[in-house]
Design a protein around this ligand. Sequence first.
Ligand code: SAH
Length: 295
Amino acid sequence: MKPKRLESELQDVGTFSHPKQNLEQYATTPALATKVLHLAAVEFGDIEDKSVIDLGVGTGVLAIGAKLMGAGHVLGLDVDMDALSECKENLEMYEPELEVELVLMDVIELIRRYDDYDEQESDESDDDDDDDNNNGDGKRKDYVWPKADTVVTNPPFGTRRKGADVAFLAAAMKMADTAVYSFHKTSTREYIQKVATKKLGAKSAKVVAEMKYGLKNQYGHHRKDEVEVFVDVWRIEPTCKMKRDGNNDEDEIFEQNLRDLAANIEELQLSARERKDKHRSSKNSNNTSNTSNRR
Ligand code: SAH
């Protein structure tokens, strides 16, 4: 699919109707999503017929774009049920409906619990986990990570929750067989280079695109209406391919993990819709102005 067509297909993807500041919910614009996905697909062959995970899928613009560019299985993970619910609505908008598997998952919690990644910046202690299967540091080693050829992520930049950007990157590198595409503030370039190669052991880490990101004042804590943020798009190759080929036990645990996490998704989705309806009706009765940021 040509970039112009992809961008126009993504125009109608709804963005967060009630963005949550603590989760740093900023939707990627159709123009930026197109730029990144086209690059990943055409320049590097990382999308077409590849499995893709969108980490922090939000309302789904990157996952949807990947699917439209010919990706195989696409899995979207997010900690916010409202976002997943809006993502589902966006998928249903296409004819036929786009198939993206959605799973509720706290990526930061996951990396904190199951990886040997050392969350330097965090002062949270991890002594609540006294499971046997750990290294004595409270971190379990038996977690089977969701896997895909390619991981794309527009992660929280770590402005609200320190270290969120690196936690996402660490998780993305656990999940990707071939490549991670991750957005980071240009001001953190040297740091990300160091973290990716030295700390997380990337085989390579390169900035493949630079973008100017116009952040609309959707939260009111910015003084200006729109703040410009310079963002790098990284392509990172994780060290070793950890394909789950031939290992049935691991496959089974992996499937079970996904099933457990997805078990209540429909129920949760319903309750998210109810919450949204309630929110709408209370807003209408208060007669407040429309704050929807749908494009
Ligand atoms: N991928 C979307 C959204 C990017 S905003 C897009 O490009 O438009 C970042 C997303 O990360 C939000 O959807 C937010 O809910 C999600 N997020 C924040 N913290 C998270 C966590 N701990 N685990 C999983 N998702 C998280």
